[in-house]
Structure formats: C-alpha cells, structure tokens
Design a protein around this ligand. Structure first.
Ligand code: GDP
Ligand code: MN
Length: 361
C-alpha cells in the first residue's frame, strides 16, 4: 500500500527527519487561514500517487498573493490521468543540492538495500542509467536493528557526518512500519538544514493485518485484564466465545467457526500447562463477554492436562454455555470428571464448532 506524500512525511517527522512546514487541503479555500505560516512563496503539491509529478505539472510554485487561485487551478487538473483531490501546500525551500536516499527490499539478497546518490531530485532510474557510478548501494542484514557505522561510511562517503542520522531514522521507519520501500527524493540541502522535500513509503500489504492487531491489542480494558492474568487475548465481535491452548489451535478454532458461518467473540489462549485456576478464570472471563451465547473450549492435552482443565471448567460452574472438546493427556480422567454434569462433550473440534454454530442459529 502506497502512502500519500503527506502521510509519509508525517511519519518522517515523527521519527525526527526534518520536513518542510506544510498543510493538506481538499479545497482551495482551506489554504486561507494557513497563509500566515508561509513565506512569500508556497509550493503546491498534488497528492497523486504517480512518479514525476513535477514534470507532469503536479507541482506549482506560487506567490503567496495568488496561491489560492493557483490551488484552485491545480484542483481542476488531472496529473497523468489522476484527478487532484488533495494538495499539500508547503513552505518553499531554497534548495542548494538534491540527494537521493532510499531503502527497499532487495529480492535477490533478501535484505534491505540502501541506495544513495548525490544526484537526486530526478528519477533514480535515469541516474542509474546515465551515471551508474553516482549510485551507491549497500545491503544490511534484516536481523540488525541499526545500520552499522562502517556500512554508513560505505554508503555516504564524505557525507556520512551530515546524513548518517537521517539514514538511521529512515532505516528505523523501514523496519517498524513494515515498508518495502522508504524513499526520500529529493533529500534537499538548504541554508536552514537538510529536509525531506519529497517522500514515498510503500507498506507491505501482508503486514497490515498484523499491525492492526497490534494496534487493537491492550486497547480495551478487558484485553488488559486478560493479559494481566497471563492469557493471550484479543477482543473480537461475534457471539461464540473461544478458549484454546496454544495460539495455533485457538486460531484454528476461530477459522472453523467462520467456516461454519459463525463469528468468534474473542481469542483466548490459556497458554501451556494451564492449571484449574487459570482455566476457571478463562471460562468466567469469556462467559462474561457481552453477546457471548456459547463457548467452545478446545483443549489438546500435552503439558496441559485434561483432568486439570476439567476441574477448572467445573469450578467456573456454567455448564449451559460451555461446549468441551478434550483430547490428549489424561483425556479419560477429564471426561470422567465432567460426565453427567450437563456439559456438551465432543470428540473433535469440528463437531464442537458445528454444534456451537447450530446452537445459536
Ligand atoms: P516528484 O516529481 O513527484 O518526485 O515530486 P518532488 O516533490 O520530488 O518534486 C520534484 C522537484 O520539484 C524536486 O526535485 C525539486 O527540484 C522541486 N521542488 C519541490 N519542492 C520544492 C521546493 O520547496 N523548493 C524548490 N526550489 N524546489 C522544489
Ligand atoms: Mn520526488
């Protein structure tokens, strides 16, 4: 997923890479109240996800006096076929030199590849074609949290002193945002310092689901409570409570619920070797979730013993809600403890889940 320039710059700023003062507008009039923060000239940049916007007329350097009408005109345009819906208005920089800096995933070495060129601003492909010696590259082991100093010297040469901090920050962004590309072009040298005048970040689509999960975790009070008890726990929004031992088994249970047309209310992994108090706590916690009508308790005994789990289930004391699948170590003892106590018991998780989905139809 490609972020827009202003989203990318917001991230850069958050990591301490200087970016020009700017504001995003959706109609020209929105610029008016912000005019005071700019100098005599304002750069209007169409937020369209195409390369070479500059050449295609997507970047306009306007005098403050007619910046609003220029923005109006830019909103009426299409840049390489894409209508302009947002404009990033920025302070105009007096650019002395333009560098190119990027980090991408190098597929052949399967490592982050850092690229630096003293000739920036224009497309790096053109630089690589016309002056290949101007483009410096290094790869960095993905296991390293930082770019080693010797690698920075190889990449940046005499500019290492000025640019190393920016490269390090961009590398952190690349790792922490799961980027497949993080690019600054141009990295602009001005009298006021070095700025990221343009930025492009592409986030790995496959990583987005994980990021959402991490963001959502520990947000709700219940998630904090569950984590305090040592459970791996995530709130979901269905009607079927889920308790399993081991993340894989618990996720498989949730998948199976979805397969049969149901919706899981939560993810709760009691962890390895859970004893009766933990199991009791887990059952009570999930039973107390708003909207939960049945609970699928799916245990594959190993380090966790089925008889211990059965005792925990009995302690929780809500047979009408709990559908139990016990298999593995001390399975017979566990089943014997639960027999005749009103619990629905199943040999396989498939049967347990099917019944749970049926039960709330
Ligand atoms: P791109 O064409 O989509 O890559 O857009 P950029 O944001 O990289 O802008 C292209 C070029 O416009 C840059 O390389 C600069 O030469 C020029 N440019 C952009 N912003 C400024 C600015 O604030 N001041 C000056 N002098 N030039 C700018
Ligand atoms: Mn650019």
């Amino acid at each position: 997923m490609r972020l827009s320039e202003h989203e990318a710059k917001e991230i850069l700023k958050g990591y301490g890479i200087p970016v020009p003062v700017g504001v995003v507008i959706r109609v020209a009039g929105e610029l008016e109240p912000h005019l005071g923060v700019f100098g005599d000239q304002i750069v209007l940049k169409a937020q369209v996800a195409v390369g070479g916007r500059g050449k295609a007329g997507g970047i306009v350097i306007a005098e403050k006096a007619d910046a609003i009408s220029q923005a109006e005109a830019l909103f009426g345009k299409e840049i390489r076929g894409i209508p302009v819906k947002e404009i990033l208005a920025e302070e105009h920089l007096e650019i002395g030199k333009e560098y190119y800096l990027s980090i991408a995933v190098d597929r052949s070495s399967r490592m982050p590849l850092l690229l630096f060129a003293e000739a920036g601003g224009i497309e790096i492909e053109a630089v690589a074609r016309e002056q290949p010696e101007a483009v410096k590259t290094i790869t960095v082991s993905p296991l390293l949290a930082e770019v080693p100093p010797f690698a920075l010297r190889d990449l940046l040469g005499g500019m290492a002193k000025d640019l190393a901090p920016i490269v390090n920050k961009l590398y952190r962004i690349f790792r922490e945002k799961d980027a497949i590309l993080a690019e600054i072009n141009p990295l602009a040298v001005t009298k006021k310092g070095i700025f990221a005048a343009d930025a492009k970040i592409i986030v790995d689509e496959s990583a987005l689901a994980r990021q959402r999960l991490e963001k959502g975790r520990a947000q709700t009070g219940r998630e904090r409570e569950a984590e305090a008890h040592g459970f791996s726990y995530v709130d979901l929004d269905g009607e079927i409570g889920v308790i399993g031992n081991g993340a894989g088994l618990t996720m498989a249970t949730i998948d199976l619920i979805a397969l049969y047309g149901g919706r899981a209310a939560n993810f709760l992994d009691v962890g390895g070797g859970a004893d009766r108090t933990r199991v009791k706590k887990a059952v009570q916690l999930v039973a107390g979730l708003p909207g939960v009508r049945v609970i699928v308790l799916n245990i594959l005994g190993g380090i966790t013993r089925c008889d211990e789990v059965a005792k925990g289930i009995l302690d929780a004391g809500i047979p009408q809600k709990v559908m139990v699948r016990l298999a593995g170590v001390n399975e017979d003892e566990g089943k014997a403890l639960l027999a005749g106590k009103g619990y629905m018991m199943f040999e396989t998780m498939d049967e347990a889940v099917k019944e749970a989905v049926e039960a709330i139809r």
